[in-house]
Design a protein around this ligand. Structure first.
Ligand SMILES: *Cc1c(COP(=O)(O)O)cnc(C)c1O
Length: 331
């Protein structure tokens, strides 16, 4: 399969908001989109998106993982941007319809169909810099994707960044392109000239998240991660991993933790760390780069606890263990 997110299904589902109402969704070709060059999104970044996946089970049926959590987050992001409110039933219908249309194209695990709902502001009005759009477009793109991480790939090297901030603190929970753009000067690794795979933001010494994934530490039977606040994106994978950890009898500690505490934890031989997100699921972190020095996490190699949590989450997604939390929507 080609590079993540470069191959698309030929059609997407699209609806527009104008005069206070949403249009009926329709399937349209996904290779192009016509919008006015003055469209609000192109100038003032009125845009947000989601990322979720559909999986093929052994019996051939297709299931979407935690669809409503993603739909609700899309509505929340749109609200934070002052955009037209997303009709949650409409978006859920659009997702289910387009996945049903291309159900035959959903690959077998560990591959999946990545679903990318997108909401953009359309008003062709350059004077609206200080007001949100009143016209918008919602579309749902599909992209078949391979497993982002395979067990043999080893663990990631993560650069700890304490100077920069990923985004403005009040926008952390908004899944918006603007946040990605604002993180770029720090998350663009080539700029640092170091051999790191990702950048973990630690504003004022508090361990937060990377440009597109949440961060967890596993110290024996304890899973530690930053408690929810408005400064970072509340990942659906994060919430799923924590729920599964509790199901497996592990202790989950959600609290603010500093770089000092992080270094104390990773010094222990059995400590593990990982990044969580829909695309990558749960990827082990083997070492940190901090002020030109390298620090191994535990042994530095992918550890058994991250592997166990990842396998347990995949088992639900792939229909190999019972969906006790009602996370799957059958198409
Ligand atoms: C999407 C995203 C995540 C991961 O969220 P999931 O719901 O687990 O995919 C984490 N951080 C940021 C900044 C994100 O945009």
């Amino acid at each position: 399969m080609s590079t993540f997110g470069t191959q698309f299904m030929p059609q997407m589902s699209l609806a527009t908001f104008a005069d206070g109402t949403w249009s009926e969704p329709r399937l349209v070709p996904s290779e192009s989109l016509q919008i006015h060059p003055a469209a609000h999104v192109l100038h003032y970044s009125s845009t947000c998106f989601e990322g979720l996946k559909a999986f093929r089970h052994e019996d051939g049926q297709v299931h979407i993982f935690r669809m409503m959590a993603n739909v609700e987050r899309m509505a929340q992001s749109s609200q934070l941007l002052g955009m037209p409110s997303v009709d949650e039933d409409l978006l859920a219908t659009m997702i289910k319809e387009v996945v049903a249309t291309f159900a035959d194209e959903v690959p077998e695990p560990p591959s999946s169909m990545y679903i990318r709902p997108t909401h953009i502001g359309l008003d062709p009005h350059l004077g609206k810099a200080a007001s949100p759009p009143s016209e918008s477009m919602l579309y749902v793109l599909l992209s078949p994707v391979a497993d982002y991480y395979s067990a043999g790939s080893g663990a990631l090297t993560v650069l700890l960044e304490e100077e920069g901030m990923r985004c403005a603190p009040h926008m952390g929970v908004c899944k918006s392109g603007g946040n990605y753009a604002s993180a770029l000067s720090f998350s663009r690794l080539s700029q640092h000239g170091v051999a790191a795979d990702k950048v973990l933001f630690c504003p004022e010494g508090v361990v937060q998240e990377t440009g597109a994934a949440n961060f967890i530490v596993i110290d024996g039977d304890e899973v530690i991660t930053k408690a929810l606040d408005n400064s970072f994106l509340h990942g659906v994978t994060r919430s799923s991993v924590l729920t599964i950890a509790r199901d497996l009898g592990m202790t989950v500690t959600e609290s603010e933790f500093t770089l000092t505490e992080l270094f104390e934890r990773i010094d222990k031989p059995a400590t593990e760390a990982a990044l969580s997100g829909t695309a990558a699921v749960l990827v082990p972190v083997g070492q940190f780069l901090y002020r030109d020095k390298e620090y191994a996490v535990g042994s530095g190699a992918p550890g058994p606890q991250v592997q166990k949590l990842r396998a347990a989450l995949n088992a639900v997604q792939w229909g190999q263990s019972e969906d006790t939390h009602g996370w799957l929507t059958r198409i």
